[in-house]
Design a protein around this ligand. Structure first.
Ligand SMILES: *[C@@H]1O[C@H](CO)[C@@H](O)[C@H](O)[C@H]1NC(C)=O
Ligand SMILES: *[C@@H]1O[C@H](CO)[C@@H](O)[C@H](O)[C@H]1NC(C)=O
Ligand SMILES: *[C@@H]1O[C@H](CO)[C@@H](O)[C@H](O)[C@H]1NC(C)=O
Ligand SMILES: *[C@@H]1O[C@H](CO)[C@@H](O)[C@H](O)[C@H]1NC(C)=O
Ligand SMILES: *[C@@H]1O[C@H](CO)[C@@H](O)[C@H](O)[C@H]1NC(C)=O
Ligand SMILES: *[C@@H]1O[C@H](CO)[C@@H](O)[C@H](O)[C@H]1NC(C)=O
Ligand SMILES: *[C@@H]1O[C@H](CO)[C@@H](O)[C@H](O)[C@H]1NC(C)=O
Ligand SMILES: *[C@@H]1O[C@H](CO)[C@@H](O)[C@H](O)[C@H]1NC(C)=O
Ligand SMILES: *[C@@H]1O[C@H](CO)[C@@H](O)[C@H](O)[C@H]1NC(C)=O
Ligand SMILES: *[C@@H]1O[C@H](CO)[C@@H](O)[C@H](O)[C@H]1NC(C)=O
Length: 617
């Protein structure tokens, strides 16, 4: 295929929602209209067979799952694949009625389509000319919102965050085999928030979780009801009971106080269809913007590929990361990850604007950040004069807030895995913006496992458990943050020490001065005399807490933000940081893959370690 793939998210407001209690509530079809078959073709007859077997399966008395998958036809390209899923609380007779209706209506709404989906409140039915079993599909995604406003939106948002997190986790873990979960939460007196999450049960726990997190991320904000449906999962919340509570196991309601404000009147969804986000860029556009990836426009080169500066026709400046060929994963997974990462918005994160996929090209398009990266300024004897202490302190606080967002506030719980000075970009006001987050997801390094043999990271910044055992967690990011903090204080690269051949690293050097009561010896002399001693010592102390050997001893990013913001929080004394024998690794550091070594309980020395680049250029 030689065109960039489109991702669009359609926002549906809802018209004509007057349904009677027992009738089905038809929602909408998704007919891509791109791939038609000719009438009376083999595919058509296979499709008819498929739909009729789905209808039969739904009506079978042994169908207790509200789900079935079927195929018709012997071989591609004429083979048809399909499935239906009924909402978790819907009884067998309603499920059967819904599927029977859907098999008819889908042919009317999407005539001659090779691929279609149709949604009802009660069920979803889809078919395709390729196998869809156990394949997570986030497109097309439709958002619906209940136009009623809410009083106390802050509290509502918080409750909704908790409730959706709860149902997503429980549905993925798959208590009943049906991959569905509901929750009831007290919002105000006699007003409850009802939430439901469901995946097709053929998905793995991890795919179900990813799909639901995606759906949650795009749920409408500031509304009293809303939902997002995709072919693989759906999430819905309302201030009224929209499912049969006695037919699905609810969770224990989270404890909740009931303020006295009167309940808002329940409103039903209303509206029209419009197109929203489009993250797609044409290759031609990007080529024009970067002068066909001309060397003059090259900003740099990271482990995942080259980065170019560019300007879109509308004048917007962009940075384009051209991923190394063969870097990882399939089109679907790539798009899914981009959709997730693009949703992250924080002033201390570099914004991902979109992507382009065409032939062998995989491009990520980012906002352009003008003042280069922190290492470029911090480690340059002249340029570093621009970084007086108050600016450095502001940079520390900004990085901490950005990392906190990645770890806790974004709902996705992104572990950066390669936090370092060259991944901190600076805007015109010297505000820090973290870049390259989510790359481990986009290029498919297994993020779902807390242990990996493929290590993405940079020596000197990597925590011992990550470097030696491939164990990563939010605490391995905290370790890297600590190293970065010590670099900002000292103005020295952690690798400087390796080159100096002193058998010491930055963390040990910092620790010794702390222990010996000479912490200000470490401070970058270029800072001169104008700094707050309290701030410097506090940052130093936090930095040392972050680089402690035992991950459990390291603070969380939330603790760190608190410690930076409040002088009344007292800090524990830091333990001596671990010492690494890899100190004399060649620099500049590169992304590394460590082969599983037989002796991993001790720090590795150079010759025990096999170092190869994961993504060859
Ligand atoms: C199934 O659910 C529908 C809608 O809630 C209800 O009208 C019907 O009576 C139920 N049928 C059975 C057999 O429980
Ligand atoms: C697809 O085709 C149907 C029938 O021709 C039309 O009603 C619908 O608007 C089309 N959808 C898109 C997305 O073009
Ligand atoms: C498809 O088959 C039907 C009935 O067999 C026939 O009436 C119709 O003309 C055929 N259509 C095409 C396009 O061949
Ligand atoms: C339900 O019964 C049909 C016909 O007896 C059988 O083909 C099918 O495998 C059964 N399905 C399940 C889930 O047991
Ligand atoms: C499915 O249909 C699309 C669009 O017509 C086509 O590109 C693709 O090759 C088909 N897949 C199979 C397995 O036939
Ligand atoms: C499908 O359901 C709708 C709404 O209940 C109804 O109006 C329509 O007649 C049904 N269509 C078929 C083919 O059963
Ligand atoms: C909801 O709030 C928006 C923005 O505050 C306002 O424009 C809109 O009129 C409100 N809608 C209702 C139904 O109160
Ligand atoms: C709700 O579910 C229960 C348990 O399955 C069932 O007995 C009841 O009839 C359902 N109510 C409706 C309105 O369908
Ligand atoms: C640090 O530099 C900024 C920008 O040059 C300046 O506004 C600020 O006053 C300086 N702070 C100190 C303490 O010198
Ligand atoms: C950072 O940006 C400001 C404003 O655009 C500019 O004046 C300054 O020279 C830049 N600093 C560096 C190191 O590029």
């Amino acid at each position: 295929m030689s065109s960039c793939f489109a991702i669009s998210l359609s926002l549906l407001f809802f018209i004509n929602f007057l349904s009677t209690a027992s009738a089905l509530t038809y929602l909408f079809p998704a007919c891509p209209n791109t791939t038609l078959f000719s009438p009376n073709s083999t595919y058509q007859s296979n499709l008819n067979t498929l739909l009729s077997s789905l209808s039969t399966a739904a009506a079978a008395t042994n169908n207790t799952d509200g789900f079935a998958y079927a195929t018709a036809g012997k071989s591609p390209p004429d083979r048809a694949y399909g499935l239906f899923l009924c909402r978790g609380d819907v009884n067998a007779s309603t499920c059967s009625d819904c599927v029977a209706n859907a098999t008819q209506v889908i042919l009317q709404k999407c005539p001659n389509q090779r691929v279609s989906v149709i949604w009802y409140d009660e069920c979803m039915l889809r078919y395709s000319n390729v196998s869809i079993y156990s394949v997570m599909e986030l497109e097309p995604a439709y958002v619906m919102q209940n136009t009623g406003n809410i009083t106390d939106p802050t509290r509502f948002k918080q409750l909704l965050g908790q409730a959706t997190d709860n149902v997503a986790t429980r549905a993925s873990i798959d208590e009943s085999g049906k991959k569905v979960a509901v929750a009831e939460t007290n919002f105000k007196s006699s007003l409850k928030l009802y939430t439901l999450a469901q995946c097709t049960p053929d998905l793995t726990t991890s795919d179900c979780n990813t799909c639901l997190r995606y759906a949650i991320t795009y749920l409408p904000q500031g509304r009293q009801g809303g939902r997002l449906v995709t072919p693989s999962c759906s999430v819905r919340f309302e201030l009224y009971l929209f499912y049969n509570a006695s037919a699905v196991v609810a969770s224990a309601p989270p404890p909740s106080q009931s303020p006295s404000a009167p309940p808002a009147p329940g409103t039903r969804p209303k509206g029209i269809i419009t197109d929203a986000d489009s993250l797609q860029y044409e290759l031609a556009t990007i080529k024009a913007a970067t002068d066909n990836f001309s060397p003059q426009n090259k900003l740099g080169e990271g482990g995942f590929g080259e980065v170019f500066q560019g300007r879109l026709p509308n004048g917007q400046q962009i940075a384009v990361k051209r991923l190394s060929q063969g870097s990882g994963q399939g089109v679907r997974e790539f798009k899914n990850e981009v959709l997730l990462i693009a949703k992250l918005e924080h002033r201390n994160l570099v914004r991902l604007l979109g992507f382009c996929l065409e032939g062998e090209e995989k491009l990520l398009i980012y906002e352009f950040v003008p003042n280069k990266s922190l290492d470029y300024i911090l480690f340059d004897p002249e340029k570093s004069r621009q970084l007086n202490w108050s600016r450095r302190y502001k940079i520390v606080c900004g990085i901490a807030r950005g990392m906190l967002y990645l770890h806790e506030d974004s709902r996705l719980r992104i572990i950066h895995r390669d936090l370092k000075a060259s991944n901190i970009l600076l805007d015109g006001e010297m505000n820090p913006k973290i870049s390259d987050f989510g790359m481990a997801r986009i290029v498919e390094v297994d993020q779902t496992q807390a242990k990996t043999s493929k290590i993405v990271g940079t020596f000197g910044y990597m925590s011992p458990e990550y470097a030696m055992h491939g164990q990563f967690s939010v605490k391995s990011d905290v370790y890297s943050f600590g190293v970065l903090l010590l670099e900002l204080i000292s103005g020295k690269k952690n690798s400087f020490f390796y080159q100096a051949d002193e058998g010491e690293d930055l963390t040990s050097y910092a620790w010794k001065n702390w222990r010996d009561g000479t912490p200000l010896e470490v401070l970058d002399p270029i800072i001169g005399g104008s700094y707050s001693k309290d701030e410097v010592l506090r940052c130093f102390h936090i930095g040392l807490l972050c680089v402690q050997e035992d991950p459990a001893d390291r603070p969380t990013m939330a603790n760190i933000v608190l410690m930076l913001n409040s002088y009344s929080v007292s800090l524990a004394p830091p333990q001596q940081p671990p010492f690494f024998l890899w100190s004399k690794m060649e620099t500049p550091m590169k992304e590394l893959e460590l082969e599983q070594s037989t002796s991993r309980s001790k720090p590795l020395s150079n010759n025990e370690m096999s170092v190869t680049e994961i993504y060859p250029r």
